[in-house]
Design a protein around this ligand. Structure first.
Ligand code: SGN
Ligand code: CA
Length: 510
């Protein structure tokens, strides 16, 4: 009798374990969508090891997949966010620039996931002006927010934080995960302020890049020959990067007077006494050395480049540490297997290429954006994917993995087949359109097409110029081939393909 009961117990145990496994297999995956602001692929070591080692960001790629041809559709913040939420290009979701207010009545992937039973949350940068919709919980910065002691806004109202913004966004994310409804799958958007201008580092990370000289890009002293639109830029490290505001050279005697000195004073007034002491202990000797060196011309430009890189990279370091912390939490909580972790940025950034900071242009550094995806249970391919993907693809991908129907109106494609190793027909060209003009960085409106080898851009509005680049022969896009007779047939073909893309994407004016 006893033996029978034991046997029955054993059978029941095996059966229940089996069904647990079966349940887990069929559980919809959780999603953690980590996005930084202005993080360049040049400063993520999975892509490029010249400047910084980012082991935690790379870990997502190593244990998952790195997309080596990942692009945005409009290289600026609010538009990128709207594209990712809606899966549609800017002209259809209406968020063509940073000034517009996002129409939050639109269909977005968080809303669809929520309807399908997901718990959804958004923590960190939002920048879309209208109140977030489609989230059970949101706790966001207003506009750009601040690096130190910033305010957060939630359904409960405004709350001041104490500390460094990248740490706080991570703390809030982990806290939400710990207190979520364990019965439901979740989708968490952890959207950082870093590494946005003015690149204010965490005071505890000041030491790392002391004494390091960064490699200066070959085209740092670009004269923009043959590229008229770029000549109007206001994003030169030499000319436009502010010594006090961007580079923190706030001297006590007020010798260094710059356009944005007062603005910077406002920012650092937000630091606590302890934070301010650590801040000054780091920058004061740099200011002294800078004043003594009395630099001019090219030497000054190169000094500015080195300082810019240090501050920016210190912000990246904090992101890397904090992404590591979030990944560790997933492991400890037993969530790693069934959670899709995405790491990306709202666009790329110039690290001195063409002598620039900022983004906006369809040139490679700001058109590209990092993209790594880890999903132990669902990814069947090794390490890297070379297909041309774009941020219109994120929403359909999340919906596809969650088993939710992808609305026809979404223009992106699910990347799930790529990640599953299925052989499918993928796109062979990308469409891009940047609209914000006039703006503080002088970038003209432009649109264009990029294939795996060529890029054709039309700058319009106050100017009317075309640019053609052979990306295989000219990776830095210095040699505009447009107008050269031997490229006439290629240009005609690219214009035709561009027009086809405009029809496909329902662009009504071109
Ligand atoms: C701010 C920055 C600009 C930056 C835009 C857009 N100036 O206006 O340098 O191009 O944001 O950035 S700042 O003085 O306020 O830092 S975006 O990432 O939000 O699109
Ligand atoms: Ca940005």
């Amino acid at each position: 009798m006893k033996i029978h009961f034991l046997l029955l117990g054993l059978i029941l145990l095996i059966f229940s374990c089996d069904s647990d496994v079966a349940n887990q297999e069929n559980d919809p995956p959780n999603i953690i969508f980590i996005m930084t602001d202005d993080h360049s692929i040049q400063t993520m070591s999975a892509y490029d090891g010249r400047f910084i080692n980012t082991p935690n960001l790379d870990r997502i790629a190593e244990e998952g997949v790195l997309f080596t041809n990942s692009f945005v559709s409009n290289s600026i913040c609010a538009p990128s966010r709207a594209v990712m939420l809606t899966g549609k290009h800017s002209h259809l979701n209406g968020q063509i620039d940073n000034f517009t207010r996002f129409d939050s009545s639109q269909v977005t992937f968080p809303k669809l996931l929520q309807q399908a039973g997901y718990q959804t949350a958004l923590i960190g940068k939002w920048h879309l002006k209208s109140q977030p919709t489609g989230f059970d919980h949101w706790d966001v910065l207003r506009g750009q927010g601040h690096y130190y002691n910033t305010d957060f806004y939630s359904a409960k109202g405004k709350e001041k934080s104490q500390g460094y913004v990248t740490d706080i966004i991570t703390d809030k994310s982990i806290h939400w995960l710990e207190n979520r409804d364990q019965e439901k799958p979740f989708c968490l958007l952890t959207h950082h302020k870093a590494t946005h201008r003015i690149w204010m580092p965490d005071t505890s990370l000041f030491k790392e890049f002391a004494g390091i000289e960064f490699e200066v890009p070959d085209n740092f002293f670009d004269d923009f020959e043959g590229r008229e639109a770029a000549k109007d830029h206001v994003m030169g490290i030499d000319r436009d990067m502010d010594l006090v505001y961007d580079l923190k050279m706030l001297d006590d005697d007020g010798e260094i007077q710059t356009k944005y000195r007062r603005l910077y004073e406002g920012f650092i007034a937000m630091l606590s006494q302890e934070q301010r002491e650590a801040w000054d202990a780091y920058y004061d000797p740099v200011i002294d050395d800078f004043l003594k060196a009395d630099l001019e011309g090219e030497e000054l430009a190169l000094w500015k480049f080195q300082r810019y890189m240090k501050d920016y990279l210190q912000c990246v370091r904090s992101v890397d540490n904090n992404v590591g912390r979030l990944m560790d939490y997933l492991e400890e909580a037993g969530l790693a297997e069934n959670t899709i972790v995405v790491y990306t940025s709202d666009q790329g950034f110039y690290m001195g290429e063409h002598g620039w900071f900022d983004k906006r242009f369809m040139y490679e550094e700001s058109f590209r954006t990092p993209l790594a995806i880890r999903f132990p249970k669902g990814i069947k391919v090794d390490n890297s994917i070379t297909a041309l993907v774009q941020n219109i693809d994120y929403a359909p991908t999340f919906l596809d993995y969650a088993g939710v129907e992808i609305p026809d109106e979404m223009q992106g494609k699910s990347m799930k087949p790529l990640l599953s190793g299925d052989s499918i027909q993928w796109r062979d060209a990308l469409y891009y359109h940047y609209y914000e003009h006039p703006n503080e960085h002088g970038t003209h409106k432009h649109y264009g097409i990029r294939t795996d080898r060529y890029k054709l851009i039309h700058f319009y509005g106050e100017i009317n110029t075309w640019e053609l680049f052979d990306l295989q022969e000219d990776v830095h896009e210095m040699n505009n081939l447009y107008g050269q007779p031997e490229y006439e047939a290629l240009v005609a073909d690219l214009k035709k393909r561009l027009q086809e893309l405009q029809v496909t994407y329902k662009v009504d004016r071109f």
